[in-house]
Design a protein around this ligand. Sequence first.
Ligand code: SF4
Length: 340
Amino acid sequence: MRVRMVKKQFVDGSTCQKCVQAEELLRRRGLWERIDQVVWANEGDASSEGMRLAAEHQVELAPFFVVEHAGETQIFTSVLKLIADVLSTPEKPAAAAAPTFDATTLNRELLHEAPERIVARALGQFGRECILAFSGAEDVLLIELAVRSGHPFRVVTLDTGRLHPETYRFLERVRSHYGIEIEAYFPNAIGVQELVQKKGLFSFYTDGHEECCRIRKVEPLGRALATARAWMTGQRRDQSPTRSDVPVVQVDPVRRGPHGEPLVKWNPLAEWSLAEVWGAIRERDLPYNPLHDQGFISIGCEPCTRAVRPGEHERAGRWWWEETTKRECGLHVAKPGNVQ
Ligand code: SF4
């Protein structure tokens, strides 16, 4: 089941009070976690997602809720009716949803396997229900292995709006090189607008990167993962202190699947070093982001990434003004307030 709440924002930027009250009620009842996504209906923008949903379902009131379950869609314009008819029924316990998937045993089995075999194992089981998270850096190796596995898969990227021009061009290059679709997920326009209006375009240099990353990366990733049962990342243990115990496969400790079931997270490169990844990219003559030739190793958003000097750790160029242990964008760790 997927529940979306459509909230309204007026042209002066204020939020509809009924929407605020409905959210408060859901939070008080401990039901806010059951809302999978908040969508904004921007009064001044007929193309905003919420306005489009309102037109599609001929709804004039705000807030309203779109509930999708077993191929059917229901619309609720009353939060009380939503609670009574939908949210008061407990979700199926997560552990019961996937009784046959034993990530701990599988992780032990695959621990020292080649990434090719891990990718094939993941896609053989999940196919297009597994999404590859492509950041426009060396994750291209995952796409190469996925293509070679012969199994179906999806590729998702987060377009934060702050990527380097080289990264955008590289994404297009990968798209045409493999002839694949790369699904771009964008941040919620209202969220970005509010942040920029309130704090400007570079608040992360003084406030820390968490708020901006939550809006531009974590929430869109949550939307992408709400369409999947598994996902695959290019995380490696040698990338940073925060990734030193990344398993090859695990039940995602942070997020859940579209029906509340466990989401399986695959990290086929967990055991590999940076040198091994680049050895494979060179050997196979894979496309790569030209920024790598300018001293960039780990590449994220333009304002938060810089080239590293010889001998510096690869993550030294990410959020360099913050402490090493805080240099995660929230995609792989639980943070209070993350929308997932
Ligand atoms: S990496 Fe920087 S610009 Fe990108 S989302 Fe995070 S804080 Fe914002």
